[in-house]
Ligand binder design. Structure first.
Ligand SMILES: CC(C)(COP(=O)(O)OP(=O)(O)OC[C@H]1O[C@@H](n2cnc3c(N)ncnc32)[C@H](O)[C@@H]1OP(=O)(O)O)[C@@H](O)C(=O)NCCC(=O)NCCS
Length: 379
């Protein structure tokens, strides 16, 4: 909403920089990475191809893709001190652990202290490999299992599921997760990406920028929503009757409770990512013999659209997709980071390449200046 003095609450629709990475048209529901429509990428590209696209501005040929796959595979084994730290952390939620452990990775990075463009690119690749391993291994330890070594023969998505579950996933599960990673990889100046760019613009290091982004992603208004969606679905139950869903959702809306997974700052149409996740939720649910999550989700979607005119966003159907893939709820938001680290690092590299400190102004609304200073013994 526009306010006096040109200030817009939440910086809504404020253009805060230029970027060649992600094209977003909220009125038409268009999302494209480097001009390539997200629907085409979801249908045809792997997460690794998407990473290359975000980092280099073009899709890789076979040789370049092979090189990147090898570099990512080499990055997946976690440094021993970081594994030790992970084991020593008190029981904590996945995002808290990810934030701390990503920060710890900076201490073991082969390029620590080197801020050259080449070193920063290597950090981007390394962090993308390592963050997937951090999240999968944290999930293993939380479930009482031991870490699983990465399998270099597997793609990024399949290897993540393997390191998390100990089972090599089938083709449908691996591709579904791969598509989820492609869909989450970048989203222009989302709150976490903006946080990363603000940090990078001080010429702080790549790890610091990514830690800032992780802390920002954690919030329920951003990446935290996907876990909240699943909690809502579980609260209703896989076998919830249409009457129960209707009553519960309308009661929440009547109390002005926000339904997680709906609404968006930019999209005024369907979130193009939700289109794919909805389809995946239906297919995976049917295949797993649990069509109820999709059925209940669809009903919630109809009610929220009917009563508030709001569309499902990326987080709504990703919840049931991850649940059907057997992923613990605590990992849903960390998984967002497993993908978005590609976009964050692309934006950080872009910021460094054409940097100016990001330092906006605030409209002052405090006591009028000047106030009279009263010494301590007279207050
Ligand atoms: C995404 C989100 C943060 C965008 O926020 P925003 O652009 O600041 O929009 P607002 O929160 O001001 O919402 C505008 C109106 O829609 C309503 N609204 C927005 N999202 C809603 C939701 N998920 N459920 C119910 N009502 C919602 C608000 O209550 C507000 O209504 P009002 O004008 O009557 O007060 C917001 O839609 C939201 O909180 N969604 C739920 C969390 C979520 O899914 N986040 C992931 C985003 S990808």
């Amino acid at each position: 909403m526009a306010q006096e003095g040109g200030f817009r609450a939440g910086l809504e629709d404020v253009v805060a920089g230029t970027s060649a990475i992600c094209y977003l048209d909220g009125a038409r529901g268009v999302l494209a990475y480097q001009g390539l429509d997200i629907h085409e990428l979801a249908r045809g590209a792997s997460f690794e191809e998407t990473c290359y696209l975000l980092w280099h501005g073009r899709l890789p040929d076979r040789a370049a893709l092979g090189d990147l796959q090898s570099e990512l595979a080499a990055a997946r084994a976690l440094p021993e001190p970081v594994l030790r730290l992970m084991r020593s952390l008190p029981a904590s939620n996945g995002m808290d652990a990810l934030r701390t452990l990503t920060s710890a990775l900076a201490h073991t990075d082969a390029d620590a202290g080197d801020a050259s463009p080449k070193a920063n690119y290597r950090k981007a690749v390394r962090l993308t490999g390592q963050i997937a391993s951090l999240v999968a291994t944290h999930g293993r330890l939380n479930a009482g299992g031991g870490p699983i070594q990465p399998d270099p023969a597997l793609g990024h998505a399949a290897n993540f599921l393997y390191m998390l579950t100990g089972d090599r996933p089938g083709a449908l599960a691996a591709r579904a997760f791969d598509v989820a990673l492609v869909l989450h990889a970048d989203h222009e100046l989302s709150a976490s990406t903006f946080a990363a760019r603000v940090s990078a613009a001080t010429l702080s290091d790549v790890h610091s920028a990514i830690v800032a982004a992780i802390g920002t992603l954690k919030g329920p208004l951003h990446g935290g929503a996907n876990a909240d969606v699943m909690r809502l679905l579980i609260e209703l139950g896989e076998d919830a009757t249409p009457e129960r869903v209707e009553e519960a959702i309308r009661a929440k809306l009547a109390r002005q409770v926000k339904i997680p997974g709906f609404g968006h700052r930019v999209y005024r149409t369907e979130d193009p990512r939700a289109t794919h996740l909805r389809q995946m939720s239906r297919e995976l649910g049917e295949k797993a013999g649990h069509p109820g999550w999709f059925r209940v989700s669809q009903q919630i979607e109809r009610i929220v659209k009917d009563e508030k005119g709001l569309n499902a966003n990326v987080d709504f159907y990703s919840a049931s997709v991850y649940y059907t893939l057997g992923i613990p709820i605590d990992l849903y938001t960390p998984i967002f980071a497993v993908s978005r680290v590609a976009g964050w690092t692309a934006h950080v590299l872009e910021q460094y390449a054409n940097n100016r400190l990001i330092r906006p102004r605030a409209e002052y609304i405090g006591p009028p200046y000047p106030q009279t200073f009263v010494p301590l013994d007279r207050r």
